[in-house]
Design a protein around this ligand. Structure first.
Ligand code: ATP
Ligand code: MG
Length: 336
């Protein structure tokens, strides 16, 4: 009965897409029997770079829960909760911030990349980066450790953040005695899904994503405009599937016919248009069961409220148990 805990989650900044599914959701769904799984809807973290846009964050909390359930998360087995409703996370963040230097945060590769991507907010050289954004890895360490998270299934972009958490945990345990569980990350076989345009990351904000809830027409339009091998111009030109985004997605959803597709593209007997049409058909089929599950819960919003209320209550209990340990070992448990 001694199951380990998983802590993982999403920022409520938009609906979830294929990148999220193959990068994290699929693993979460597979592991929910073997581990006690906590899924955090990270609204506090979303606000660090969306603080001027509270409506967007609020609206996407339920969307992200729907996407998780659509992808196979069973709310009876898995605890789904809202980050801002767990004050222990904010409390831990304050104590952890003593254990991290500002220069270490600036050097964190994920933070570096993201500051570079958000020049409109933080200036072209990151000179206007906020204290809150720079510090979100500290808050993420609190998210994980407040639930004794031993395993964190994430996409590749998150690895430096988990490394930072490990450092904080080691330092904390060294100073205050063995208190916190040190987590490990887990990246799946598809830890970074590329965008329709060939960009290295399919991203919510990059306009290059197929969303789990896209309708048939949207899927068709997106796939018809996906990047193919630029040297294959005519239908019977020989192509190189390795330079083609359509083949890249076939690899995710067209298992049975993959070999044929590869061969026909290489020997020039397959045109890009029919290849795209085949992908559209397979993609729609692949997403269909998820979309049906989503629809059931979309039509019953009270169920989502109940899942979040129950999940948050359970998460509060667990975080307080960990917090008691922390307060005791930090010698700030004054009246207990
Ligand atoms: P944002 O731009 O708001 O940060 P995001 O698309 O990065 O959005 P998150 O909510 O930050 O999404 O990430 C949720 C999880 O999905 C993380 O574990 C992240 O690594 C993973 N993930 C996101 N995009 C991809 C991708 N293209 N391939 C694989 N994993 C991904
Ligand atoms: Mg992200």
């Amino acid at each position: 009965m001694n199951k380990k805990n998983i802590l993982t989650g999403d920022r409520p900044t938009g609906r979830l897409h294929l990148g999220h599914y193959f990068g994290s959701l699929k693993q979460r769904a597979m592991l929910q029997d073997e581990y006690n799984t906590y899924i955090i809807i990270a609204d506090v973290q979303a606000l660090t770079d969306n603080f001027e846009n509270p409506d967007k964050v609020r609206k996407n909390v339920r969307e992200v829960v729907l996407d998780n359930i659509a992808a196979g998360i069973d709310p009876k087995k898995t605890t789904i909760f809202i980050q801002s409703m767990i004050p222990q996370i904010a409390e831990l963040t304050v104590f952890y911030s003593n254990l991290v230097t500002v220069s270490r945060l600036y050097r964190n590769p994920t933070i570096k990349t993201e500051i570079g991507q958000k020049q409109h907010l933080f200036g072209s050289g990151g000179e206007s980066v906020t204290y809150g954004f720079l510090g979100y890895p500290v808050s993420q360490a609190a998210d994980i450790t407040a639930f004794d998270g031993a395993l964190v299934p994430v996409g590749e972009d998150q690895i430096p953040l988990i490394e930072q958490t490990k450092e904080i945990v080691r330092k904390f345990n060294k100073i205050y005695g063995d208190t916190l569980v040190e987590p490990d990350y887990m990246v799946g076989a598809n830890s970074r899904i590329k965008g329709l345009d060939g960009n290295e990351k399919m991203g919510k904000s990059l306009g290059n994503a197929i969303y789990l809830n896209d309708d048939e027409e949207t899927i068709s339009k997106k796939i018809m405009s996906a990047r193919t091998d630029t040297n294959k111009i005519k239908k019977d030109d020989k192509g190189n599937p390795d330079n083609c985004m359509v083949y890249y997605y076939h690899k995710l959803v067209s298992n049975d016919s993959l070999e044929t597709i590869n061969k026909e593209c290489r020997n020039g007997s397959r045109g890009c248009v029919s290849c795209k049409k085949e992908l559209i058909k397979n993609m729609i089929e692949f997403l269909k069961p998820m979309q049906e599950r989503r629809k059931y819960y979309e039509d019953r919003p009270e169920l989502i409220d109940e899942i979040l209320r129950t999940g948050t209550a359970k998460a509060l209990e667990k975080a307080e148990e960990v917090m008691k340990r922390v307060r005791k070992n930090m010698k700030i448990d004054y009246f207990s």
